[in-house]
Ligand binder design. Structure first.
Ligand code: 5GP
Length: 175
């Protein structure tokens, strides 16, 4: 555990929310005339999901999945498994995966393939943050809030050992 004083602001609240609203407007244009099935990857994607949804003007359905995550480590385990699956059928639906951050790409590579196999009409990805320099598996990200350097970040849904999710900004840890 580290002290909150060790967290430096990387992206402040105003900048984040302005960019998320832009993404919402772009998504609304792209899905005009369609219904969107938004799938949030818990827990980290929760704050982005709610903020993004507020700027989306097409009809929206919400669902939530829990996938294996970092646990308390600062590095990815490399394995992905489903801990909580979808509540509804996505057969014929236009699916938007809503993720906090893309790192190695393993989670989203696994999830987008899984959702296509479940019969989705389309599967796109919206991520609040992207760390392109960390990619191990290629993934096509359709909507990106911010590309960032390889720093471990917390806040706006992102945790360290389940803490700091409530911070209204993205911060990085000064080790
Ligand atoms: P990937 O499968 O792309 O390697 O990992 C994606 C997941 O790793 C994210 O959903 C997030 O849970 C976790 N993750 C990756 N980078 C960070 C980071 O800088 N901070 C936090 N809190 N989680 C991260």
């Amino acid at each position: 555990m580290f002290d909150e004083k060790q967290i430096e602001v990387m992206i402040d609240r105003e900048t984040l929310e302005k960019r998320i609203a832009e993404l919402g407007a772009e998504i609304s244009r792209d899905y005009a005339g369609k219904e969107l099935y938004m799938i949030c990857v818990l827990k980290g994607g929760a704050m982005f999901m709610t903020e993004l949804s507020k700027s989306i003007t097409v009809p929206v359905l919400w669902d939530f999945m829990v996938l294996s995550s970092y646990g308390n480590d600062l590095i990815s385990s490399g394995e992905v498994s489903i801990k909580k699956n979808l509540d509804g059928s996505i057969d014929g639906k236009h699916v938007l995966i809503v993720e906090d951050i893309v790192d190695t790409g393993r989670t989203l590579c696994f999830l987008s393939e899984y959702l296509m196999k479940k019969g989705a009409a389309s599967v796109k990805i919206a991520t609040m943050l992207d760390k392109p320099s960390r990619r191990v598996v290629p993934v096509k990200v359709d909507y990106t809030g911010f590309s960032i350097e390889d720093e471990f970040v917390v806040g706006y849904g992102l945790d360290y050992a389940q803490r700091y999710r409530n911070l209204p900004y993205i911060g990085y840890v000064k080790m």
